[in-house]
Every structure is written in structure tokens, then in C-alpha cells.
Write a new protein. Structure first.
Lengths: 266, 237
């Protein structure tokens, strides 16, 4: 119960801070529509192409990829950017001196961003359906599969994000690494195009990445009314195993910063 | 509950020896002032006791908990006020900031709200509680810092230059509050300060730190000039 109270306290804090900046909410919505419009017209150029893994057209493929990228960005960026913000404002040391375990602090830090990313992804899907005429399978079974896949994906990205945040604790500036990871993973997971079009060595890497499994499950659930249960199970297993590993790395980073006396540095 | 204890603390930062075998004790109900020139090791000592810096050698306990081996438990019995007045969420109010930290100190919502209101009143910020921290003066942020340190009614409090930016009247109130905390509440208080008058007046014991070592231990309530002389002897002519 007290852990939930702490998570809620972080969400309330971040909601209050976000509300004090009103413009980004509006701009985010405009940016979603503009991005969807861009891919909608690119989709017109390409048209349905079952042989290239686009049986429902490029727009349907890309729209789900775009929602996925939102989760990827939040998972990877929010943990490290929150830690960085706390370092810059001087609050990181005060947080680490409280009686709340650092593992709870770091996971709670990004909860608001994750909730926002999920809502953002949903809004993006709604906009794609209502404005651009995307047809999704909204049967209960496929929605359930997608909900599990989204949850597992968020956990997986969070683990990665906590791992990167650990580097931020030690090395302070890790923005370039995060940017590279976001682009690299979006590329290899097949967010913008089917991984079948990649050269064989890259395709082999993409095939074993749980990120591409996540997109496969989401696309098969939302577009083809079928569940890739094997990949979903694999995704859930990797996600469950990844968080403890990430927290261990984070703890080691904190220990290193405490030892070198750089916890309060930025 | 035990107070604050340090035995032979050593800390190096690269080639710089920040602490060189520091021994210190603050009993429950006692205020100890830590004075010394810049770079004497005062803040490093406070940070080690607050578990945010690990010592290279020696041991320290707060409330009976080892600050390395039982760091999480030690944090639970420590109130901390660091000298960094930036360490707030500037876009939200003082009250919201405090309530956030109250949740981290494991207070339930209703209890947290009550405790925050009580502390805001005590540190003279009740009227400004709902203003953004970004609109506070540095003295007001320091007062808020004391409120944050006392949220969980900790048996041990560490204060790093708490009155640095506080006006003289506010500083007097601050000292009265510390005296009450130690006297009535039995809290062990360790505070660093550059104000020798403050150190002498508020503390039962004044510890003079120089180049990472305890150079003198002087009973409080004495003449600040004596402290001044003790510190002067540490500065090369």
C-alpha cells in the first residue's frame, strides 16, 4: 500500500508540474495529427502490398509503429531525463536520502510519463481511426492480447530505461546514447517498415529482439484478428526477467556514485 | 534510540583527503555545531551520515543504524537539510513539495497533509504555502528545507548551514526551534555553520574541523571569540 502511495505521490507531482505548462498538451495533439497525416499520404504512395508484408496498407502498418515508438521513447527517455532533471535541480540527492528505496523511486519517477504515453498511443489510434479512416480489429480477444503486449512492452522498455538511467547516475550526460538507442531500436523492431526488407544479417538480429516481437503481436492483434501467442509469451518472459536485472544495474550505479561522492553532481 | 556516532571516518576524493579519521558523537537531546573553514570536510561528514556519500574507512551510525550496511534504515531515522536551496520542484507550491516528500517519508495522505500544515505554520510559511517555490526567496526555501527535514519526526537531524540565507529574526526562530527539538523532543541535532555566534549559542558542543580532522571540541554557550581563535589557528598566516 505504501509503495502505491509513493507512486501516486510521484504522479501527482508530475501532473502538477505538467499542468503548470499548458502549451505542450495542445502541441502534442497537433504533432500527432501532423505525423499521422504524413504517414497517411506516404501510405497513399505505397498502397496495399501483401508481398512486402503490408496487406492492410502502409498507413495501418505505420500507425501502430508510431504508437509503439511513443512507448519506446518514453521507456527509454523518461527515466534518464527524470534522473537528469533531478540532478540539475539538486533534488536527486534529497530523493536518495529518503527512506524510500531507490528502486521504488526510479520506477515511480517515470510512471506519469508512461501513463501519458499509453494515453497518447490510444489517442493516436483514435485519431488514426476517426480522421484517417484506419480500420482496426476491436474484438475483445485482440484488445486483450494488445493490452498484455503493451504492458509487457512498457515493462521491457522501462528496464532498458532504468539501465540507461543508471549510466546517467554515473556519467551524467547520456542524451546521445538514448537518441541512438531510440533510432536503432525503432529501425530494428520494424516500426517504420517490415523487417523482411532488411538485409539478412540485420533481419536475423531484428528477429531475436523482443521489441520486434512486441510489434508483431500488436499488429497481428489489431489488424489481423489473430494472436501470436508464442511471441507474446516470449515477450512477457523477457519483460519479467529484465526489470530485476535493470534494478541491480541501477543499484550498482548508485553505489558507485556514493563511493565517488558524485551523487549530487550534475 | 541512539543518536549520531562517527568513528575514524576517512574519505578521499581523488588525491584530496576530505576526512582523515573523524570521531564524533551527538547524543539524543544534544545539539552539536560543526564549524570550520571552507573545505574542512563539514559537508562531506554530513553527507556520509546522510548516506549519500560512502566513507572509505571508519564507521558511522545514525539512530543505531550503520550508514553503509543499514543505509535504508538509517535514512528512515534521519532528517536532512542540505545547503542546496535549489533542491525543490520550483513549478509547484511549497505545500505540494512538502506533501510529496511526506509520502516518501511513508506518511499517509491525511497525516501528511496535517503534518505539512503544522510544519509550514511552525517555520512561518503558512501564508505562502500555496505559492510556487520558484517565487520564494532563498530564506523561505531554507525554512521549507527545515520543514522537510522534520516531516517524519526523525530522532536525528542533520543540517548543513541551515541559516545561511535566513534573515536574523528568522535565524533566531530557527535556533529556538532546534533548541526545542533537542530539549523537548530528545532529537540529536548536528548542524554545520559559519556563524560562530550561532554555533556557540545554540549548541551544547562545538566541534572545530580543519583539513578533515577534528581540531578542537569546545563546550557550547561560551565565547564566540574562543571559537574564532580556534579556527584562526587552523588558517595559515
Amino acid at each position: 500500500m505504501s509503495t502505491l502511495r509513493i507512486v501516486i505521490a510521484f504522479v501527482r507531482r508530475d501532473w502538477a508540474v505538467s499542468r503548470s505548462y499548458r502549451l505542450p498538451f495542445v502541441l502534442e495533439l497537433v504533432s500527432m495529427v501532423a505525423t499521422l497525416a504524413l504517414f497517411f499520404y506516404v501510405g497513399h504512395l505505397i498502397g496495399p502490398s501483401p508481398s512486402k508484408g503490408l496487406p492492410h496498407g502502409y498507413f495501418a502498418f505505420a500507425a501502430i509503429g508510431l504508437a509503439f515508438i511513443r512507448l519506446l521513447q518514453v521507456g527509454l527517455v523518461s527515466f534518464t531525463s527524470r534522473v537528469r532533471d533531478e540532478q540539475l535541480t539538486g533534488t536527486f540527492e534529497t530523493l536518495m536520502a529518503t527512506s524510500t528505496p531507490p528502486s521504488i523511486v526510479i520506477l515511480a519517477e517515470a510512471t506519469y510519463d508512461q501513463l501519458r504515453a499509453v494515453v497518447g498511443g490510444l489517442v493516436m489510434m483514435v485519431l488514426a481511426v476517426t480522421i484517417f479512416g484506419l480500420t482496426l480489429d476491436t474484438g475483445v480477444a485482440s484488445l486483450l492480447v494488445c493490452a498484455v503486449a503493451v504492458a509487457a512492452t512498457l515493462i521491457l522498455f522501462s528496464a532498458l530505461g532504468v539501465g540507461v538511467a543508471a549510466f546517467t547516475v554515473v556519467f551524467k550526460q547520456t542524451g546521445a546514447v538514448v537518441g541512438l538507442l531510440v533510432v536503432g531500436l525503432a529501425f530494428l523492431a520494424g516500426a517504420y517498415f517490415p523487417i523482411d526488407v532488411l538485409p539478412a544479417p540485420l533481419r536475423a538480429i531484428a528477429d531475436v529482439l523482443p521489441f520486434s516481437w512486441s510489434l508483431d503481436v500488436l499488429r497481428s492483434g489489431l489488424l489481423r484478428d489473430s494472436a501470436d501467442v508464442e511471441r507474446l509469451a516470449g515477450l512477457c518472459a523477457v519483460a519479467a526477467a529484465s526489470i530485476p536485472v535493470a534494478l541491480l544495474i541501477f543499484r550498482a550505479a548508485l553505489r558507485s556514485a556514493r563511493r565517488s561522492g558524485t551523487l549530487a553532481h550534475y | 534510540m541512539e543518536g549520531i556516532r562517527a568513528n575514524g571516518l576517512v574519505k578521499r576524493f581523488g588525491g584530496t583527503l576530505a576526512l582523515d579519521g573523524v570521531d564524533l558523537e551527538v547524543r539524543p537531546g544534544e545539539i552539536v555545531s560543526l564549524v570550520g573553514t571552507n573545505g574542512a570536510g563539514k559537508s562531506t561528514l554530513v553527507r556520509i551520515l546522510a548516506t549519500t556519500v560512502m566513507p572509505d574507512d571508519g564507521t558511522a551510525t545514525v539512530g543505531g543504524y550503520d550508514v553503509v550496511a543499514e543505509a535504508q534504515r538509517a535514512r528512515g531515522v534521519t532528517g536532512l537539510m542540505l545547503g542546496d536551496e535549489r533542491a525543490w520542484y520550483w513549478r509547484i507550491s511549497g505545500r505540494r513539495n512538502l506533501e510529496f516528500y511526506a509520502a516518501l517519508a511513508r506518511l499517509r495522505r491525511a497525516e501528511a497533509q496535517r503534518r505539512c500544515a503544522e510544519l509550514l505554520e511552525e517555520v512561518g510559511l503558512a501564508e505562502h504555502a500555496d505559492r510556487r517555490v520558484g517565487d520564494y526567496s532563498s530564506g523561505m526555501r531554507a525554512r521549507l528545507g527545515l520543514a522537510r527535514a522534520l516531516l517524519g519526526r526523525p530522532p536525528a537531524v542533520l543540517l548543513d548551514e541551515p541559516t545561511r540565507s535566513v534573515d536574523p529574526i528568522g535565524a533566531e526562530g530557527f535556533r529556538d526551534r532546534l533548541t526545542a527539538l533537542a530539549g523537548d523532543g530528545g532529537t540529536a541535532v548536528l548542524m554545520t555553520t559559519h556563524d560562530l555566534g550561532e554555533a556557540a549559542s545554540v549548541a551544547g558542543t562545538v566541534v572545530v574541523l580543519g583539513a578533515g580532522r577534528v581540531r578542537a571540541v569546545i563546550p557550547g554557550g561560551g565565547d564566540p571569540a574562543e571559537l574564532h581563535d580556534a579556527m584562526r589557528s587552523l588558517v595559515p598566516a
